[in-house]
Design a protein around this ligand. Structure first.
Ligand code: C2E
Ligand code: MG
Ligand code: MG
Ligand code: MG
Length: 275
């Protein structure tokens, strides 16, 4: 396959990259309709607080199932949405679902915080604070029932754009906590961990998954926990898949665990059934 890229440049694409490009462009084109028709779904994964043994947090994770394209997981969906700008609408959809979920759980006498992943683009033009405030008002969800997860890529950007930090601080004043997700995988800077209004860190699953097999990794996780606790953060370990990992992490002093061992992401209905 030959594509003319203009400027006299000719690129050869393998059949495989053609398939990927084709899928990408279909995802791009179908996204708005999927949003309009509410074909997107949110699943929830429990997070267990070690001290109480209770599920105190559920993480909201977006899903999209399309007749033709099958499951489109967030790692595929989100980067495309960030590019075409639909990330704002997707974010609003997920936050609204999360807020409704928090209210329903509370009505069922099960208080929990719903944790929502955010992209830094959603904070452009001071949009996030307004968006969240409107949704919380509309759904009658108390602001302390929603928390936001940011990545290290986000934190790096926030350091450069003051308006992002201002919004984060305003949200924090409203009672919304921030979690630094995928801790340890990105451009970890100790500086922003001090300057941004973050109260929790989530150690990335790559470190948890090699905890028992790589002695050096165990040392690394010990160091991450010690550092985070010294800084006053609530420490979460994600990707916990076995009892051995769970017991070790408990011993190492993490505050909460999340992963298939505790529970996989499931629909709201499934959560209600098992309350
Ligand atoms: P994340 O926030 O770090 O979420 C954890 C991912 O690991 C989820 O994948 C979850 O299903 C998976 N996971 C949970 N427990 C285990 C385990 O024990 N073992 C293993 N191997 N995996 C586990 P998912 O749902 O595919 O999401 C991938 C990423 O996409 C998320 O990583 C998050 O950064 C992003 N994402 C998901 N939903 C949204 C959203 O609504 N908005 C934005 N901006 N990003 C989202
Ligand atoms: Mg997350
Ligand atoms: Mg993570
Ligand atoms: Mg991740």
């Amino acid at each position: 396959n030959i594509t003319d890229q203009g400027g006299g440049k000719i690129a050869c694409l393998s059949t495989e990259s053609h398939v990927i490009l084709n899928r990408r462009s279909k995802i791009d084109k179908k996204m708005l309709t999927a949003l309009d028709h509410r074909n997107l779904q949110v699943v929830y994964q429990p997070q267990m607080d070690i001290a109480t043994g209770e599920t105190t947090v559920y993480e909201a994770l977006v899903r999209w199932q399309d007749e033709e394209l099958g499951y489109i997981m967030p790692d595929e969906l989100i980067p495309i949405a960030e590019e075409n700008g639909h990330i704002h609408a997707i974010g609003a959809f997920v936050i609204e679902e999360a807020a409704k979920m928090a209210v329903t759980l509370s009505n069922k006498k099960h208080d929990a915080i719903i944790s929502v992943n955010t992209s830094v683009r959603e904070f452009n033009n001071s949009q996030m604070h307004e968006k969240l405030t409107n949704i919380l008002e509309k759904t009658k969800c108390p602001s302390n029932k929603i928390q936001l997860e940011i990545t290290e890529k986000f934190a790096l950007q926030a350091e450069q754009e003051h308006s992002i930090v201002l919004q984060m601080k305003k949200l924090q004043e409203d009672g919304i906590q921030f979690t630094l997700d995928d801790f340890g995988t990105g451009y970890a800077s100790f500086r922003y961990m001090q300057s941004l209004p973050i109260s929790k860190v989530k150690i990335d699953k790559v470190f948890i998954q090699s905890l028992l097999t790589m002695p050096k990794n165990k040392k690394l996780v010990e160091g991450m926990i010690l550092f985070s606790k010294t800084m006053g953060f609530y420490v979460v370990a994600e990707g916990v898949e076995s009892e051995e990992q769970f017991e070790l992490l408990k011993e190492m002093g993490v505050d909460a665990v999340q992963g298939y061992y505790i529970g996989a992401p499931v629909t709201a209905e499934e959560i209600f059934q098992n309350l």
